[in-house]
Design a protein around this ligand. Structure first.
Ligand code: CU
Length: 357
């Protein structure tokens, strides 16, 4: 197992870990400073004590922008595994996808002030952070295009993990592209503090991360539990989730553009209809989330026995039993193939057949 034979899921976790190690202490420091200010009165953020409230925002967002990538990067790793497995092809541009995870982690530390364009930072700072924000779009787009090329001419099947992966690709792309409107200072000043932000954030976090989570949960469910989930009803749940999600959050882009502010309990009558759509969508989304809870619990006892490798995937976890035994393998596995080498899997099967014969 060399660096470039690692599954892209592992690369994604590696990048997310860099963010956690470097970013989280800054949040911890900010919290300690707040505590010191409130307990022994050292002026750090409170202007009446000689502190600077903007400093809190800087420290908060220095962690909290990368925090979005801490959540989304492992999701992107899941999508690479699932897209490859259910189109029976090696991930297109493996190296580019691996390094784009690291690039997202690195660039992610230089964009935090895009949350602060209307907070009174200098125009020069706005310009620089706007430009840097656009740079993050590049590695994200590299991933989306490489997944699309992976699908191209693949033998695609539509099991539940793949349906969620398609949902991710579409919704995350909308989430990412609406981020461009917010990273551009001129449009951000109109859109910030409106429902446009709420919609954008949910397209990234729910449309992106949560779809990827559900994709990964179904993908590894047979490995984790030894049982298959019921395919038909879970496909239905994926479709219900997708419809419910769009009905909930897409109207909020329009509401935000029309100027409906966030963080208010009440709104003018003209915003009523779109809010009703949102509420109806949330109810459908609720059903979409409830279904997996029910059938996954059901499958623990009544699901079909999964076997070692129900998806014919190439990752090492699929070469051991489901659920894996303590220490994972009885003997140390030998890694003699590249990641996502489906021909290797075919050769393995032929070997087994001939040795039985
Ligand atoms: Cu941000």
């Amino acid at each position: 197992m060399t660096w470039f034979r690692m599954p892209l899921f592992v690369w994604a976790h590696y990048a997310a870990s860099i963010l956690m190690v470097l970013g989280t202490p800054v949040l911890a420091i900010a919290i300690v400073l707040v505590a010191l200010e409130r307990t022994i009165g050292i002026g750090v953020f409170d202007p009446t004590k000689g502190g600077d409230p903007l400093l809190f925002q800087h420290l908060f967002w220095f962690y909290s922008h990368p925090a979005v990538y801490i959540m989304i990067l492992p999701g992107m790793g899941v999508i690479s595994e699932v897209i490859s497995t259910f189109s029976r092809k090696r991930v297109f541009g493996y190296t580019a996808v691996a390094f784009s995870s690291v690039a997202i982690a690195v660039f992610g530390f230089f964009v935090w002030a895009h949350h602060m364009f209307i907070m009174g930072i200098s125009n020069y700072a706005v310009l620089v952070f706007s430009l840097l924000t656009m740079l993050v779009a590049v590695p994200s787009a590299i991933k989306i295009f490489n997944w699309a090329f992976t699908l191209y001419k693949g033998s695609i099947t539509f099991e539940t993990p793949m349906l969620y992966a398609f949902g991710f690709m579409g919704l995350f792309t909308i989430g990412g592209m609406t981020g461009v409107f917010l990273g551009t200072a001129g449009t951000d000043i109109h859109l910030t503090e409106t429902y446009f932000i709420v919609a954008h954030f949910h397209f990234v976090m729910v449309g992106g991360m949560l779809m990827a989570f559900l994709s990964g949960l179904h993908f590894w469910w047979p490995k984790m539990t030894g049982r298959m989930y019921p395919e038909k009803i879970s496909q239905l749940a994926a479709v219900v989730t997708f419809i419910g999600f769009n009905l909930t959050f897409f109207p909020q882009f329009i509401l935000g553009t029309l100027g409906m502010p966030r963080r208010y309990a009440a709104y003018p009558a003209e915003f009523q209809i779109l809010n009703v759509f949102s509420t109806a969508g949330a109810s459908i989304l609720g059903v979409g989330y409830l279904l997996p809870v029910l059938y996954l619990v059901w499958s623990l006892k009544y699901g079909e026995i999964a076997g070692d490798n129900p998806w014919q995937a190439t990752g090492l976890e699929w070469q051991t039993q489901s659920p894996p035994l303590t220490e994972n393998f009885t003997e140390l596995p030998i890694m003699d193939h590249e990641a996502y080498d489906y021909e290797w899997l075919e050769r393995q099967k032929e070997k087994e057949v001939s040795s039985v014969g």
